[in-house]
Ligand binder design. Sequence first.
Ligand SMILES: [Zn+2]
Length: 309
Amino acid sequence: MNKLLTTLTVSAIAVAGLTTFAVPKVDAATTYYKVKVMDDGLRIRTGPSTSSSVITGVAKGETYKYLGRTGNWTKILYGSSKVYVSSSYVKKYSVTRYYKIKVMADNLRVRTSSSTSSQQVGSVDSGETYRYLGKKGDWIKFLYNGEKRYVHADYVKKYAVLKLTNSGASKASKNFVTPTSGPITQGYGAASGVYGYTFHNGIDYGAAKGTPVYATAAGKVTTSKNYGAYGNYIMMTHTIDGSSFTSLYAHLNSRSVSVGQTVSQGQLIGTVGETGNAFGAHLHFELHRGTYVYSATSAASSVNPLDYL
Ligand SMILES: [Zn+2]
């Protein structure tokens, strides 16, 4: 879902006296970006990779300054450190700061320039608010009926307004979705070796034979066949924010896509089975950065899908 330019909240900072604000050189609003953590315990890493060291976990709802994006990784400011989090678990939004004034007296005269000798073009009353445009001596320049006008600074208070807007640059939808239902019966990583491998390159979902299997992301099918330990399996390539990924779905009971076919995220591609080297029905799901490279003893090109789903 692309919530482009959806206004989330508008919050006004408490009204404060004029003297507490430094007068900005330009009147223009300033905009910067932040990210909000969408998942509890999100891991913060030293680099844009799951092999980078984990610094800590952060809580859902916390916000950090956005610094940039590398593939599926978002660079943020954590304290004074530049660190990385998976883009799948944060939501980017823009923060625009501008100023307003609140009128503190009734019948305050509005003038064409910063002088009591300039023409009076109207008056404003206590409690009314206007867009602040700048300061000139003892006078405040503000927007009045679409014109740049002036009131005396003694009778207004300036305050900052923060407008938070979803940038649309990091869509609310995830880049990858869970390919089937069912509990994870074997995680990613080191394995006992009893099944012929000491590194499990994917995750297993325990699900009944015939349970639907879906494409984790939009992509193109590169393999769809019954072969070897994977049994009936499908591989597809994805391009996410300029980075390529390969996903793999093994031990399927049935396959409903063929090589060269384009699939959309969440499209039905087959059903859970126990073909190949499988002990009981389950989906073996792998995700690789770039092309598929397999090793029975190391991650090779695989990544932990849970860091992306
Ligand atoms: Zn497996």
